[in-house]
Design a binder for this molecule. Structure first.
Ligand code: FES
Length: 588
């Protein structure tokens, strides 16, 4: 194979065209021609021809990992993406990045989300590619990839790994992870024995893929499609289906089109796109984590999520999707019911149809192309919703001046207007030590308060906000109590649980000064979370108990503790947010 030596005029001069393909982002040796010569020499060591290397390069972020069964189909997806890229005339190049799985990340996957976003951003920047396919699925991976790609700024398209299949336990359909929590609750309450617990453990995750309910992974899949970041229909196909593989091929082909069209991510991640994503988050009864992730993604393009406006949107957006934990079905049922096209059709009057998507067409145009719906019972109509308002309400009060949230669609209606006595746990260790003690002074009307599980407190804002019901109450049949913390909870969890209390206790937020026996009032109707203690008394407590925020001597932990923002800013690192401020979404 003969070829001409590479031209030496590919450096970035003022009037030179922007380099593309293999000529992009040359390594600095002080001689651009030599840099390209060397790069091509090395890649030819893998058997590539000049003809292949002249094509637009499509990077594929490979998040396959033995530690991540939610991404257990990534090898097949990459093969299909590559096929799509090559059919459309591009050159696919997959590259590894960090992969984070919920159950295999200590102290919590959220601690690593920003690191994954930095890895994704810098690998997109460092390596030559004209567009990138982001393969993600498990909870933190999709937000991390969207955050990183938003900062990198090139054309980017999201490919979701897809949900797992449901299993069957003694005739009952089960799936991670709402049913994981339900069965564990039964075990704690003494309703099932260790043998049955072991048996159901084999059935809860019936295949590779992401959790099969409307947890964070499914929420982020739907949000990615609502943002216009996936091909139409990209959110719902289960991981092991032919539909998922076809979506992968289509995604690869579309990435080549985006490279030619220079359809950069800033043209997709607009205020209109975020408004659509917020609307969808509410209508699907999505995970509360979706708010934190949306805030982080928005921050990367200079936008801030307006929590008060989100709450207002919630009052006019019913929950339409009948999926666990708010409803009954699983993701594979949603897919059979038409997936996001069916949901968007119902939501149409509330959507910004002019938002551009990765196809180069608007959301409205894609919805028209999707055609009419058909009879199904997973996506409800507006007049027969699962829940009359959006799944998530935003609360304010002297306990949470910066806001807190509650997933009202997964809460006990009887507890949403409740006043009770605080039973306080100082941190996660204290909770583990005392929650099941026989002598714990607690009754079913009390409010459980957990401090120090916020962004800095734990650190990483773990999903420990789903406080277990104290053992002696669980055994007495108590299924739900009001629980309050500055942490998060899994989207697969349910209960009357107030989360993301801002500012967090570890930096001296009012939550730090709650004492055993204080009265607390929750009123979801009034969007209120109040500590019934006078301002003077709270001030005295703060003076008597000055808080020193946690710190670390070195490494990622030091970076994390020095720069992580609060929940309302997405728990991103402050230096990763866009330096430009473009205002609130939704636009007024
Ligand atoms: Fe990966 Fe639930 S653990 S999506």
């Amino acid at each position: 194979m003969t070829s001409k030596p590479p031209s030496t005029d590919s450096s970035n001069t003022a009037d030179a065209p922007e380099p593309t393909g293999m000529k992009k982002g040359l390594t600095s040796y002080g001689d651009a021609g030599f840099s390209l010569f060397l790069r091509k020499a090395f890649i030819k060591g893998a058997g590539y021809t000049d003809k292949a290397l002249d094509r637009p390069v499509i990077g594929i972020a490979n998040t396959g990992s033995a530690y991540n069964p939610c991404h257990g189909n990534v090898t097949q997806l990459i093969e299909a993406v590559k096929r799509g890229v090559m059919l459309a005339g591009g050159l696919p190049m997959d590259f590894p990045t960090i992969s984070v799985h919920e159950s295999f990340a200590a102290p919590t996957s959220m601690y690593l989300r920003n690191l994954m976003s930095m890895d994704t951003e810098e690998m997109i920047r460092a390596q030559p590619m004209d567009a990138v396919v982001l393969i993600g699925g498990c909870d933190k991976t999709v937000p991390a990839q969207l955050m990183g790609a938003a900062s990198a700024g090139i054309p980017a398209i999201q490919l979701i790994t897809g949900s797992m299949l449901t299993g069957s336990h003694r005739g009952e359909r089960v799936g991670a992870c709402t049913d994981c929590r339900r069965y564990w609750g039964k075990f704690r309450a003494g309703e099932i024995d260790a043998e049955e617990t072991a048996a159901v453990n084999n059935q809860l995750v019936a295949s590779v893929g992401t959790c099969s309910v409307m947890g964070t992974a499914s929420t982020m899949a739907c949000i990615a499609e609502a943002l216009g970041m996936t091909v139409p229909g990209g959110a719902s196909p289960p991981a092991v289906t032919a539909d998922r593989i076809r979506v992968a091929e289509e995604t690869g082909a579309r990435a080549v089109g985006m490279a030619h069209e220079k359809l950069t991510i800033d043209k997709i991640l607009t205020p209109e796109a975020f408004e659509n994503a917020m609307r969808v988050l509410l209508a699907i009864g999505g995970s509360t984590n979706g708010i934190v992730h949306l805030a982080a993604i928005a921050g990367r393009v200079g936008l801030d999520i307006d929590l008060k406006a989100l709450d207002q949107m919630g009052r006019e957006t019913p929950v339409l999707l009948d999926l666990k934990p708010s409803g009954q079905h699983y993701m594979e049922d949603f897919h059979k019911a038409g997936g996001m096209a069916t949901l968007l059709r119902e939501l149409k009057p509330l959507l910004r149809l002019d938002a551009l998507t990765v196809t180069g067409r608007t959301l409205g145009e894609e919805m028209a192309l999707a055609g009419p719906g058909y009879a199904q019972d997973v996506v409800r109509s507006f007049d027969k919703p699962i829940y009359p308002q959006g799944g998530i309400a935003v609360l304010y009060g002297n306990l949470a001046p910066g806001g807190a949230i509650i997933k009202q669609s997964a809460a006990d209606a009887k507890l949403m207007e409740h006043e009770g006595r605080a039973v306080v746990f100082e941190n996660a260790e204290d909770l583990a030590l005392r929650i099941d003690a026989d002598d714990l002074d607690v009754n079913a009307d009390d409010i459980l308060v957990l401090k120090n599980i916020g962004p800095k407190g734990a650190p990483g804002m773990p999903e420990a906000g789903y406080l277990p019901i104290p053992l002696k109450l669980a055994r007495a049949g108590v299924k739900d109590m009001v629980r309050i913390s500055d942490g998060r909870m899994s989207g697969t969890a349910f209960g009357t649980i107030v989360l993301h209390v801002t500012p967090e206790s570890a930096i001296g937020g009012p939550l730090a000064h709650v004492k055993n026996g204080d009265r607390i009032r929750l009123s979801v109707k009034n969007r209120e979370i109040s500590l019934l203690v006078s301002a003077g008394e709270l001030q005295q407590r703060a003076l008597a108990n000055p808080i020193t925020p946690p710190s670390a001597d070195r490494g990622y932990r030091k970076l994390f503790l020095q720069t992580v923002t609060q929940a309302d800013q997405g728990v991103d690192f402050d230096f990763l947010r866009s330096p430009e401020t473009k205002g609130l979404v939704p636009r007024k």
